[in-house]
Write a protein that binds this ligand. Sequence first.
Ligand SMILES: *Cc1c(COP(=O)(O)O)cnc(C)c1O
Length: 236
Amino acid sequence: MPSDIAQNLASVEARIAAACSAADRDPSTVSLLPVSKTHPMDALREVASHGYTLFGENKVQELVAKSAELSEDDGFGFSVIGHLQTNKAKQVAELASEFQCLDSAKIAVALDKRLQPLGKRLPVLIQVNSSGEEQKSGIAPEEVPGLVDELTACDALDVRGLMTVAIKGDEPQVAACFERMLELQRRLRDAQALGSSWDELSMGMSGDLELAIAHGSTCVRVGTAIFGARDYGPLA
Ligand SMILES: *Cc1c(COP(=O)(O)O)cnc(C)c1O
């Protein structure tokens, strides 16, 4: 009997394939980032055995703990998908394979400073607050061009695109978030900002990946639909 995880993964892959087909998109243009926060390394290893090489984590503490358990044989790394404080930039610079939550010049400078001595370039996405909700992390869409101007000095950051967490709402509200991202991507491309092609659009999660793919997402970040519900323990 296949495990729940194997079955869940197969059904997420099928959802992505169906969404690509409906949107007339080549499935190779959409990657799946399994979001493994709160789940044990054994669960990550099982997903990795299906060919996944990057896992989303949102807490530096957990990135550090899981990296300590990681061996070369595991053959996977971590993408940081949670807001970062400058005092944790060192760990992210050392341990992460990707950073999807760039939301200030301060973080950019802190990361760049830690990456330079390592001789490491980190693939980075700018996290945008596409819903305007006050509690959401990410930078407002209209502030992105200003941030981008400040990134020219940070050459250890390989800026590849944009990331967002859409509103939890009805379909038109979610679609409006994704459309704001496409609009911003067009602006950045037109301005030839940073010489990046701005190809990466990380958007879509367990609940809204089909709509995100219909709007051009290149990376869906899926936790619950693969690993099951998260247990944050008694302190959550
Ligand atoms: C936890 C998380 C996800 C995954 O959410 P699910 O609804 O469990 O698929 C995606 N993106 C970010 C930024 C997250 O923190």
